[in-house]
Design a binder for this molecule. Sequence first.
Ligand SMILES: [Zn+2]
Length: 385
Amino acid sequence: MSRILSRILASALIASTSACGNHPVNSTLPPALSSHAVPIGGPFSSSELRQFVALDPIDAHTHAYAPRDPAFFALLRKLNLHILDVLIVDDHSKDADQNNLAQEFKDTESVIAKSDGRVALCTTFDPYRFGRKDFIPAAIRQLNRDFYRGAVAVKIWKNVGEEIKDVKGHYILPDDPVFDPIYKDIAAHHKTLLAHVADPDTMWQPPNPSAPDYPYYMHHPEWYMYRNPHAPSKPDILPARDRILEHNPNLRVVGAHLGSMEGNFQQLARHFDQFPNFAVDLAARMPYLMQLPRAQAIAFIVKYQDRLIYGTDNSLFQDDDARDALSDWELAYANDWRFLATDDYLIEEHSHGKVQGLDLPPEILRKLYHDNAVHWYPGILGSSR
Ligand SMILES: [Zn+2]
């Protein structure tokens, strides 16, 4: 789908590329609307923008490594937006930055320097070095250097669990004992672990063209675990993540993408109840909230209002057309905000009908968009506050 067409759609789904692996991508036109509600779409109106700006919004899940275009910084100012810029190392990526952590860090540091305090860093370590003798001391040295230079969090990504194998050819899991000193180091520095482990359920299921994530997996077969029966299952990977929570009660852990429990909100609720050190971001999973019955979505958010952190997975890479990508960023913010903050009708293609905004109360919106990010990622507002 073209970017232009995607912009026409009044949906919270955007057609941007996804850095960390599974941004749902629009694939079909939405169904016809019934006549009694006119859905809202497109960029912010001026009155909507005023309300969004007043939230002091933070997007706690982005990948912006090379926004040299001043339009990027202008957009942050216009939206009064702070972002968490998340690094990953991906050996499948064609983006030069994502193959080389040192370069990625350097590029991101220059973005942060130009951002007037609006960009904070979530660093990572290179898990492909897992088998090296000096893996742990080198990773800890690098993380501590990054903390010193302002990183507020560390990302562990789905390549741990779905890609990287040990010398015996076994997939490594996020709770492999080799990672323990890293988790202890993050906790000792009062930083946060951002854990994107596993993926949507659809990745282990037969192709389903109506699933939100279907187009992504068709374009990225390397992450389509259904075709890889030797890879660990989701029920193998998530308990490994949970053991990290259990064994490190002083480590704050944010589960990216609804903690990869997007298909089971009861399971997510049980995790919140069991692990006080666990929160999740909403990045690239808004369609799953939209698919819930409206009253159920509101009740869930109200109950867990301190554990849900707004994020998008918006990305901006070196080869992207910055203006085009930034239009998609703004559209995503507008559509997500309408879903959370208004009772307007949106189009949501995967539910085959209309979706009405949740019209959440201002104090809860403030938590989702601001307070929770500040609480779970201390330092995220950097020196601008
Ligand atoms: Zn991501």
